[in-house]
Design a protein around this ligand. Structure first.
Ligand SMILES: [Zn+2]
Length: 118
């Protein structure tokens, strides 16, 4: 599969590994939109949330659980989780990925990333 996130999952493109197991990989977004901006992906190529099948239930749960674990490891007091779905939903890479955004210190920054260009 000629997909940049598949290449990252296979370690053909170097990245900082934040979390990993047999099914998932977490790494920093290369264009961070928050002080902490991590992507959590399934290693299996799934195009988007719109392409989920029933047999993906476990991996989707693991994406969310991994994001929660990474947020705790990084000491985030609060954070946002987002899936962009399709071009019209702001998805730029056609490999399902969960955005974990956080690390804002000031209350006036807490709404950042909510409706922004993730
Ligand atoms: Zn892929």
């Amino acid at each position: 599969m000629d997909c940049v996130f598949c290449k990252i999952a296979r370690k053909e493109v170097p990245t900082e590994v934040v979390a990993e197991d047999a099914q998932i990989l977490a790494f920093p977004d290369h264009k961070p939109k928050a002080p902490v901006h991590i992507l959590v992906i399934p290693k299996e190529h799934i195009q988007s949330i719109a392409h989920l099948e029933a047999n993906h239930n476990d991996v989707i749960a693991k994406l969310i659980y991994t994001a929660k674990h990474v947020a705790a490891e990084k000491g985030l007091k609060g954070y946002k989780l987002a899936f962009n779905v399709g071009r019209a939903g702001g998805q730029l890479v056609d490999h399902l990925h969960l955005h974990l955004l956080g690390g804002w210190d000031k209350p006036e920054d807490w709404k950042k990333g909510f409706l922004g260009d993730l």
